[in-house]
Design a binder for this molecule. Sequence first.
Ligand SMILES: [Zn+2]
Length: 241
Amino acid sequence: MSFCDAHNHLQDERFARRQAEIVATARAAGVTQMVVNGSCEEDWPQIATLAREFPGLVVPSFGYHPWYVAERTPRWRDTLVDWLDCTPGAVVGEIGLDRWKPGLAYEGQEEVFVAQLRLAAERNLAASLHCLQAWGRLHDLLREQPRPARGFLLHSYGGPAEMVAPLAKLGARFSFPGYFMHERKFALFAGLGPAPPFVARAAPACARFSAAQLWRARRNGRAAGEARCSIQLSWLFYARA
Ligand SMILES: [Zn+2]
């Protein structure tokens, strides 16, 4: 079985100078692609560098994370467009809304999120979305705004169970980090039937996965191996059928 890590931040300073080692560990565990998400203008060049260093493995993703929106320069959108234009295989993320983080201003988040969602929609690029305690607004904006036809990923989904179906209807796919990998979370999706919309658009090589497959992966120890490789955000969502 091979895996696609649908959302990580390999460029993070926590992993500084250990990227090659982490990539080797991930490859040994069966990870064939990973979507590496930028967070702000400052780290976008590192995303492009990782994509050059690990071609075929790293799917470069560029976006303004809501935590860093206040740091944006007046040219942020143009810079984002430049990175999307000049980086082969680039997708959009991490983008989103956050009303959970203490002290974080909400002002500007919707404007920046919508601008990036529109870019993804115009180019029909996969987009990786972050949302904490803003599910109602996220749903409203997704409903009102153009969305990528291929769908979008809600990474580390922690929203209400009753929003899964309406979000899926708008094109949402869902991913979980390893520490979410327990039956309680999978039960969230029970209402969607045995083949929920877990189709990895960001990683065309990967097809679909079921909760049962993930559960088996965890039981046979593969997830533990992933945890050791320290790509600690979200991983292992899309097992190749
Ligand atoms: Zn993230």
